[in-house]
Design a protein around this ligand. Structure first.
Ligand SMILES: Nc1ncnc2c1ncn2[C@@H]1O[C@H](COP(=O)(O)OP(=O)(O)OP(=O)(O)O)[C@@H](O)[C@H]1O
Ligand SMILES: [Mg+2]
Length: 361
C-alpha cells in the first residue's frame, strides 16, 4: 500500500506481523511493541528532515497536512491503522510519530478467553449483561485494550436491533446486520465544519437507535450518552480512560458536568448512577498482558453521595511465575448482581453458584 512506501527505514517494522505499535521519538529513537512489551530498535531515519518528510507524506495520503501552524495529526490510514504525529517545536525530541497497526486477526470472544484476558465465567457474565441490555462502560488506561473489548462486546448484541456507532476515527469492526457508523469530522482550514462526537450523538438520538455505542467518551458527549441511557436506550456502551471503576464513573460525571454548567451536581450524580449498570475495568500488567481486572455493578449512590460501585468479579492477587508472566484470574466476589432476577426470569444459564466466592483451598 501507498503509506508503506513512505516508511523507508521502518518498513521492515511495518511489515513485521509481531509488531503491534511503532513509536518514533525523533529520527534516531524508534521503539516497537511486541506482545505487549516495548523494545528499542536499531532502525533510524537519516535525519529529522527525512522523518518529517515521511510524516508529511503519510499526512498527505489521508488528505491532511502537517505544518508549524498545524503541528499535530491524528489520522486513520486506509488499512485501519492509526497514526498520531506531533512535530517541533511542540515535540522537543524531533518529529514524534506513533503508529498503531491494524491487526488483521480479529480476536473472537472465545480467543479472548483462551488468551487469558478473561475467564470463561467472566465472559459469560458479560454476555448475559449484553443480552439483558445493560449499559456498560469499558474503562482502562491508554492502550489497555478498551476498544478491542468494546468490539468484542458489540459482537454479542442480540439480533434484530438498530445499533449506532460513533467514533473519532473508525476503529471498531462490527459484524452485525443493522449498524450505522458515524465518524467525526475536523474543521476545515478556515476553522469551519467541525462535527463532534457530541453533535453526532445528538443526531443519533433522532435516528431511532436501539443502542448507541461511543468509541471513546472524552468530552461533553458524556452528558448526551448518560441521558440516552436514561431515556430507554438500553445496552448503550462507551469506553473511558480511567484506572479504576470508581475513577471511571467520576470521570464520566466530570465530563458530563463540563457539558452543562446549569445541571446541579446532585442531579447529575443521580443521572450518572442511574445510567451506568456495569463497569468493565481492563488493565495492562507488568508481563505485558492485558486483562479484565474487574466487572463491577453501579448500584446507585452511598448515603454520603459517592457512587456505590460493587465488584461482582475481580482479579485475584497476581503471582509472578518463574517465566515472568503473571498468574491470577477473575474471581466472583460473593455478590449477586441486583438484576439477578432478570437472569433467572430470562432463563439465562448463569446460576447463582457462579457468583459465590471460591472457598479458600
Ligand atoms: N487482551 C489482549 N491481549 C493482548 N493484546 C491485546 C489485548 N487487548 C488488546 N490488545 C492489543 O493492544 C493494543 C491496544 O488495544 P486497544 O486499541 O483496544 O486499546 P485502547 O485501550 O482502546 O487504546 P487507546 O487508549 O489508545 O484507545 C492493540 O494492538 C490490541 O490488538
Ligand atoms: Mg481505544
Amino acid at each position: 500500500m501507498a503509506v508503506r512506501n513512505f516508511l523507508g527505514p521502518i518498513r521492515d517494522l511495518w511489515d513485521d506481523p509481531t509488531v503491534s505499535e511503532i513509536l518514533i521519538n525523533g529520527p534516531h529513537d524508534i521503539f516497537v511493541e511486541r506482545k505487549g512489551k516495548l523494545h528499542k530498535t536499531e532502525s533510524r531515519f537519516p535525519d529529522e528532515d527525512a522523518l518529517l518528510a515521511a510524516a508529511n507524506n503519510i499526512a498527505q495520503s489521508v488528505g491532511r497536512r502537517i505544518t508549524t501552524d498545524e503541528p499535530r495529526l491524528d489520522a486513520r490510514l486506509p488499512d485501519g491503522s492509526r497514526v498520531a504525529v506531533v512535530i517541533p517545536p511542540c515535540a522537543r525530541n524531533g518529529t514524534t510519530v506513533s503508529i498503531r497497526k491494524f491487526t488483521q486477526s480479529k480476536i473472537s470472544f472465545r480467543e479472548y478467553v483462551q488468551m487469558g484476558a478473561i475467564t470463561a465465567d467472566g465472559a459469560q457474565f458479560l454476555d448475559v449483561c449484553m443480552y439483558l441490555g445493560k449499559n456498560i462502560l469499558v474503562s482502562g488506561g491508554t492502550g489497555s485494550g478498551k476498544t478491542t473489548l468494546l468490539g468484542l462486546l458489540c459482537a454479542r448484541i442480540p439480533r434484530g436491533q438498530r445499533v449506532i456507532v460513533i467514533e473519532d476515527s473508525t476503529e471498531l469492526k462490527i459484524e452485525y446486520d443493522h449498524v450505522v457508523f458515524f465518524e467525526t469530522k475536523q474543521a476545515n482550514e478556515q476553522g469551519h465544519g467541525e462535527v463532534s462526537i457530541r453533535d453526532l450523538l445528538k443526531s443519533s438520538l433522532r435516528l431511532r437507535p436501539d443502542r448507541i455505542i461511543v468509541g471513546e467518551v472524552r468530552s461533553g458527549e458524556a452528558l448526551e450518552l448518560i441521558q440516552a441511557m436514561n431515556t430507554g436506550h438500553k445496552g448503550c456502551m462507551g469506553t473511558v480512560h480511567a484506572n479504576s471503576p470508581e475513577d471511571a464513573i467520576v470521570r464520566l460525571e466530570a465530563l458530563a458536568s463540563g457539558a452543562d454548567a446549569k445541571l446541579s451536581e446532585r442531579a447529575l450524580r443521580y443521572q450518572v448512577s442511574a445510567a451506568i449498570d456495569l463497569i468493565v475495568q481492563i488493565s495492562r500488567y507488568h508481563d505485558g498482558s492485558r486483562r479484565v481486572a474487574s466487572l463491577s455493578e453501579v448500584r446507585g449512590q452511598n448515603p454520603d453521595g459517592s457512587y456505590d460501585v460493587v465488584p461482582i468479579f475481580q482479579m485475584s492477587r497476581l503471582v509472578r511465575k518463574p517465566d515472568g508472566s503473571m498468574e491470577g484470574k477473575l474471581e466472583p466476589m460473593g455478590e449477586l448482581p441486583s438484576f439477578f432476577d432478570e437472569i433467572v426470569d430470562n432463563g439465562l444459564p448463569f446460576p447463582e453458584s457462579k457468583f459465590r466466592k471460591p472457598t479458600a483451598a
